[in-house]
Design a protein. Structure first.
Length: 296
């Protein structure tokens, strides 16, 4: 009888690797890819309840005739264009400041900056709504300081309502991104900064010529995550302004929710809009990766 050949060490390691990866891979397929495929098939159909019929790309064509959806795209990109750059610049500057080895009580300051991230999305949105209400704390302070004669309806005007959402996003997510930059800064050898100091580089040149280039992978990662999160913005639009006034602050995710679960639910059309958002996120992420890839 032929003796059974035993597995080599490399084969055992490969088998062990697949044993660990297979359950996770199956979960990703079942919980992510299968729903995505089903949602795409649903986006090609129209109907209600269990009565759906195939209509091709009618739902996708309808999106570009839907004024509310087009407004939600404009609102979302408005938040993206203003909030993300301000937030990331503040996060880098705060990380640089809190990475100073001579700074006392660094742990306390880092905790204070990161603390907003521990706040629930719904909770902080409601807090900001009460803060900027006509009889809220902000209006009360402005009236007492003599800046306003009476309470201003911040959430009742399109411009100020958008400004409140942007302010809330910056408050909530700056500390989150700061942690990534702080981790990146702590991986940079201090001897690099000492060498730059010996060469006569001031703080500004050191920041632009050393800190920013060495943080480039982290900056790209946080930029992609911020774009992804902002394009799927939902809680602030729903809980802070409810998309108002007159859909002036509504986001794409908020409108998709309204389409699927409110105002005569239409899951086919909602799925088409969700896939449109997915494509935008994928394209922007691909562009960022290509722009940030400096390899030959």
């Amino acid at each position: 009888m032929k003796q059974k050949k035993s597995m080599s060490l490399i084969e055992k390691q490969r088998a062990a690797g697949w044993a660990f990866l297979t359950p996770a891979a199956l979960m990703i397929v079942v919980m992510s890819f299968y729903p995505m495929i089903r949602a795409f098939l649903l986006s090609l159909q129209t109907g209600k309840g269990s009565n759906y019929r195939f209509t091709g790309f009618t739902n996708y064509a309808r999106m570009f005739e839907d004024r509310v959806f087009l407004r939600s795209i404009g609102n979302t990109f408005f938040y993206l264009g203003i909030q993300v750059p301000i937030m990331l610049v503040l996060a880098i500057l705060l990380a640089q400041l809190l990475n100073n080895k001579d700074l006392k009580c660094k742990g306390l300051f880092r905790t204070c900056v990161f603390l907003p991230c521990a706040t629930s999305l719904v909770s902080y949105s409601i807090i900001f709504r009460f803060l900027f209400a006509q009889d809220g704390l902000i209006n009360s302070a402005l009236v007492k300081l003599g800046i306003l004669q009476s309470g201003y309806n911040f959430l009742g005007s399109a411009g100020t309502a958008k400004a409140v959402i942007i302010l809330a996003l910056i408050w909530r997510w700056t500390g989150y991104n700061m942690v990534f930059y702080l981790a990146g800064l702590q991986n940079i050898e201090y001897s690099v900064y000492e060498a730059a100091k010996i060469d006569g580089a001031n703080g500004w040149k050191t920041f632009w010529r050393i800190t920013v280039p060495l943080l480039k992978p982290t900056i790209i990662m946080t930029f992609i995550m911020s774009i992804n999160g902002t394009l799927q913005l939902f809680d602030e639009s729903v809980n802070l302004t409810n998309g108002g006034p007159a859909n002036a602050t509504i986001t794409m995710s908020h409108y998709i929710y309204n389409t699927c679960f409110l105002h005569a639910p239409n899951f086919g059309y909602g799925s088409a809009m969700a896939f449109f958002v997915f494509i935008i996120v994928a394209v922007l992420a691909f562009i960022n990766l290509k722009v940030g890839d400096t390899r030959d």
